[in-house]
Design a protein around this ligand. Sequence first.
Ligand code: NAD
Length: 385
Amino acid sequence: MAEKITFAPLSYTGWGSLNYLSEEVQRLRGQNILLVTDPFLHEMGLTQKIIAPLEALNLTINVYTKVVPEPPLAVAEELVAYAREHQSDMVIGLGGGSALDLAKLAGIITVHEGDVKDYLNLTATRKLLHKGLPTILIPTTSGTGSEVTNIAVLSLETTKDVVTHDYLLADVAIVDPELTMSLPPKVTAATGVDALTHAVEAYISRNASPVSDALALQAIQLISGSLRTAVKDGQNKEARIAMSYGSYLAGLAFFNAGVAGVHALAYPLGGQFHIAHGDSNAVLLPYVMGYIRSSCEKRMKDIYNAMGFNSSYLSQEEASHKCVEELQRLVEDVGIPSSLKGFGVGEDALTSLTEDATKQTRILARSPMPLEKEDIFAIYKAAYD
Ligand code: NAD
């Protein structure tokens, strides 16, 4: 089957890659730059690493600092109004997926008619017609892979929705692990399991290909080999570097192969209970994989091997069970609650969570095992107890 493979955008990776920022801003001819970030990163001075070298080039920089985790539509609309008002000609996103996704939206919607809501996937009334402002994305978490994907995720009242188009692809991604050294253990854990989920779901996706498989398996190896250390000892440079590469590769993998059941069930948890994206994925990962295990035993054996275990003496079925156990162990070892109860979700919410997850048909279609309403409810129920 023919397939489209995207390796955009131009990327700089590895320790010190932020040094390429000025060169890229000049190449892309930014003069009046919008920096999108969150208030915490601004207060802790991380934004100065962007602002200082650009001010030295006499460029104008407007800093938008109202990004919040799991951003709602209203913040995206406000940001686009800000970018239009300041006549920005380039956007830089600095932060976790929340800041990067909003930066993508500022880049594209600012130069189109209407509001962000007109372009949301589930309710779109307008189409994106052309590329947006030049955009540079600089992640400070090792998680979402947003710097290399064509999607921006927003939180709506009870679920999440996306704006997605290749016009949202950044021009440049700068993935510098040094920027992740200040991540606290809890955020390291949640974002790290998010990245692992991207790789695992890309590997078992119905859209997987030899290209996405290579990216996903390498990501699984890097993340499962370094996440515990990065959580325990945030100053461990080697672990931070491995996580940075792992999340970047996982982003490329899922951008090409897509994500599946875990994400479809995680979105309503974010929407209804405001649980961070990484935590929602983490709590569900072992339960979804346990439920669909029999539909992808061979692939789960590969994942088990990529996690550093030897499955040569195991049947595919045995290895797939062990894979689920190890995923569960990893989630627990990095301190993430292993049940929905642990996140304060009541049993009475399982029906409405199921209703909302069922609507994620585009994502569910990639699951190797078809997930109907009763399957989704059964997974939530297992994750609840
Ligand atoms: P986030 O951007 O919400 O950040 C989480 C917290 O970490 C924030 O409080 C932030 O201030 C803090 N933080 C970030 N970097 C830090 C650092 N270096 N030091 C200290 N603190 C730091 O978290 P996230 O998980 O990266 O992003 C989540 C968002 O990304 C969600 O909205 C999710 O839906 C979206 N997402 C997007 C994609 C995509 O492809 N576009 C993929 C997955 C998830």
